[in-house]
Design a binder for this molecule. Sequence first.
Ligand SMILES: CC(C)(COP(=O)(O)OP(=O)(O)OC[C@H]1O[C@@H](n2cnc3c(N)ncnc32)[C@H](O)[C@@H]1OP(=O)(O)O)[C@@H](O)C(=O)NCCC(=O)NCCS
Length: 249
Amino acid sequence: MSLPPPATTLPPGVVDVWLTDPDRVTADAALDLLAVLDPEERARNDRFRVEPARRQHLVAHALLRRTLTRYTGVDPAEWRFGANSYGRPHIEGPALEAPLHFNLSHTDGLVALAVAASPDVGVDVERESRQTDIDRLAPAVFSKTEREAFGRCPGQDRRALFFTFWTLKEAYIKARGMGLSLPLAGFSFDLGGPEPRIAFHAGCPDDPGRWRFWSDRVTPDHRLGLAAPSGTLATRRFRVDPDGGTTGA
Ligand SMILES: CC(C)(COP(=O)(O)OP(=O)(O)OC[C@H]1O[C@@H](n2cnc3c(N)ncnc32)[C@H](O)[C@@H]1OP(=O)(O)O)[C@@H](O)C(=O)NCCC(=O)NCCS
């Protein structure tokens, strides 16, 4: 069994993002991680028929439990989770002294976990080299101004721009916790300033002043989008081993 994770505190106004590579988990470590999950999570893990997806799910949910433990000291196996009517998970117990919220994202080769004091947090990671027909998909998922920016983008930069918009849009949707009931064309990102800015259109009423966004390439092949409340002062990134050991900030 690996050592218990070291304690971490969440300073006011900070959102933490924990990143790990699920493909680096060893068979022994995978058994340890499985032991941390509850019976429902283990049953769900068992239902995955494709190995990368099963490993991603295992690493993501063990990372979630072990990382929440860093902030609270609660035993990783003691966490109980519920979900809203759109499937967004949240902490149900044990009762905590300070609010703690999270959002998870997993894709080939990367798991990301955002931890914040506010529920208005969303994270998305995507592998840029994944097999996706970006020219076919862009009209279906982008707003008018995003489609125009994508149309003007030179060929060699199009894939990066596509996944920048995609991960930001997904991060916003996940921060709202309402899934694809929010119209993808009902809001637009503008990447022309020092940080991404959002604008809302008919069908998606919201206040741009409520939000801040970050977009980063977190590995040579992975793009991350993060949505958090406008009062967020900073974000921190932690790279960890899939079994929870910190490998770098
Ligand atoms: C389910 C959805 C929330 C994210 O799906 P995704 O991008 O395929 O998956 P991610 O790995 O980023 O996130 C999955 C995690 O988000 C969390 N999640 C599930 N429902 C959620 C919701 N309504 N809100 C926020 N988070 C949610 C869960 O922790 C889930 O992981 P788990 O099932 O292992 O617990 C939803 O937005 C969706 O179906 N998206 C489809 C993709 C798409 O068309 N995107 C268009 C972008 S332009």
